[in-house]
Design a protein around this ligand. Structure first.
Ligand code: UDP
Ligand code: MG
Length: 209
């Protein structure tokens, strides 16, 4: 019998000490509600220097679903996500930020769509609470990119998503080294669906990405 967990949740962490307690509390509640034991959470510590590294080790020592990968320095959000994807063993993989801008409660909807047969379920930011100049920047970025690129990345979709193992294996097989994951995720194909959610501001601390 396979020992694969149903779902692996990948969380990149760079100096998120103030968010880890709230994150794990909400995540545990969400996971227990929809998965009943068969899951793992892979934290990727991207060279944190604020005590997050030690905190993650302590959390993992107390929770058998948790694993921590410590990167040797800060490599950036996309590289941290990829390290987590490479290490994940689940039948589905979820990508989620550590600052609670990707609400763990949305997992229930991801899993429901996956069980309906979708290979990729990605979250669309329906309402952003960020300042207008930032939102204008995001809009311009996605519209410009879709104008230039051969394949359209869905507007206002971030990395927050669930991907079936088939999609994960396809991504792992790509040879790009400088990765824009949400673009590659669109490019690989399969049966995809977006679901809207209200993206809150980060829980605590400052954005670093
Ligand atoms: N992050 C990371 N490495 C970095 C910068 C950010 O692993 O060099 C993590 C960060 O801890 C968070 C996620 O990536 O979990 C998104 O970062 P952030 O909230 O700063 O970005 P934004 O929400 O502004 O896109
Ligand atoms: Mg954030």
């Amino acid at each position: 019998a396979s020992m694969r967990p149903q779902v692996s949740v990948i969380i990149p962490v760079y100096n998120e000490r103030e968010n880890l307690d709230a994150l794990t509390a909400r995540l545990n509640a969400a996971l227990q509600e929809c998965l009943d034991e068969s899951f793992e959470v892979v934290f990727v510590d991207d060279g944190s220097r604020d005590g997050s590294s030690e905190m993650l080790d302590e959390l993992a020592a107390l929770n058998r679903h948790y694993r921590v990968i410590h990167l040797s320095r800060n490599f950036g959000h996309q590289a941290a996500l990829q390290a987590g994807i490479d290490a994940a063993s689940g039948n589905a993989v979820v990508l989620m930020d550590a600052d609670l801008q990707d609400p763990p409660e949305v997992l229930t909807e991801f899993i429901a769509k996956w069980q309906e047969g979708f290979d990729v379920v990605y979250a669309i930011r329906a309402n952003r609470h960020e300042p207008i100049w930032k939102r204008a920047g995001y809009k311009m970025f996605y519209r410009t990119m879709n104008f230039i690129a051969d394949i359209d990345t869905p507007l206002d979709a971030g990395d927050f998503c669930l991907m079936d193992r088939r999609v994960v294996d396809a991504l792992v097989g790509l040879r790009e080294r400088n990765r824009f994951l949400r673009g590659l995720r669109t490019w690989v194909g399969f049966k995809q669906i977006g679901i809207g959610f209200d993206r809150p501001l980060r829980n605590a601390g400052k954005p670093k990405y």
